[in-house]
Design a protein around this ligand. Structure first.
Ligand code: ZN
Length: 299
């Protein structure tokens, strides 16, 4: 008789598409040789695991276990995951530019890992707010993401005090990017966006001036046409997913504002990205000639 292989399964155990399978256990028994568990050859394949056992008489048993991937990741996330029920007839091939402002920070590496798992590329509008994580800029660039300037300080009072002060700040951030990546960037996003009205508290008409100067200096500046809503002090994963998905049908090309300084936003991406891919959206990094999603300068 060939050996018998028995597989254990933990009730309810599922593997999220971005996780590795954790062996649930197996055993092998032979009528003559007894316990052969130690001699089982285990091979991890793409969607299944192969287990092979042979007894001393040369009888071989091969069985497979389908990896219990969770295809219903929404259900698996339970209450923490919102119902996504949107009707976007143009989803197929629609460009979604996920953009992350204000980092790099404590959650940037986690985000990079998630993006890597799905093989998608996004855009980081970086700042100098957490020098400890400055080397993440190098990782972002090396992984094929787009890196643009947000500001060095993100200090509205300082950067919008004059055009001279603004470009001094931008030049300093550009130097950090160059140091990290070996090249400069011609992508930027204004702190607060080009339509922000806070800057007028410091210098009237400065956004009109700065947007013009940005073009003259060879930059393309980007705003957004979808906001994740994570810019404030309160929010959660559900909010991010709901805000983004509900606005997708309204745009032909989606430039999505997010912040990689928010842990819940980074967590939301673990659900949102596979959902976007499943629904045919095309996640892309911004390039110089991509949709700039300009808001229209207010002052
Ligand atoms: Zn910002």
């Amino acid at each position: 008789m060939p050996p018998a292989i028995t597989l254990k399964h933990e009730e309810g155990y599922v593997v999220m598409p971005w996780q590795d399978y954790k062996e649930e256990g197996f055993s092998a028994w032979d009528d003559r040789d007894g316990d052969l568990t130690d001699q089982v050859e285990r091979t991890v394949m793409k969607d299944r695991i192969c287990y092979k056992a042979a007894d001393s008489a040369g009888n071989v048993t091969v069985i497979y276990r389908d990896i219990p991937y969770d295809t219903g990741y929404r259900e698996a996330a339970g209450k923490d995951f919102p119902e996504i029920d949107i009707d976007d007839p143009n989803a197929q091939g629609k460009a979604v530019y996920l953009t992350f402002d204000d980092g790099p920070g404590a959650y940037t590496e986690q985000l990079l890992n998630t993006l890597d798992r799905y093989g998608v590329h996004v855009t980081f509008f970086v700042t100098g707010s957490s020098p400890t994580y400055e080397d993440m800029i190098k990782k972002e660039d090396a992984a094929g993401h787009s890196v643009g300037i947000h500001t060095l300080t993100h200090d509205f009072a300082k950067i919008y005090s004059s055009d001279k002060a603004f470009w001094k700040d931008i030049d300093q951030m550009q130097a950090i990017i160059q140091k990290q990546t070996g090249h400069t960037t011609n992508l930027m996003r204004f702190a607060g966006g080009s339509s922000n009205s806070i800057s007028t508290n410091y210098t009237s008409g400065i956004m009109t001036l700065l947007t013009k100067q940005a073009k003259q200096k060879g930059f393309q500046y980007f705003d957004w046409n979808i906001s994740s809503g994570d810019g404030g002090s309160e929010g959660d994963m559900n909010m991010v997913i709901k805000n983004i998905t509900s606005q997708l049908p309204n745009q032909e090309s989606c430039v999505v504002l997010c912040h990689d300084t928010k842990e819940y936003t980074v967590k939301a991406m673990e659900y949102l990205i596979p959902w976007l891919l499943d629904h045919g959206y095309s996640i892309q990094p911004l390039q110089f000639d991509s949709e700039p999603a300009h808001h229209g300068v207010q002052n």
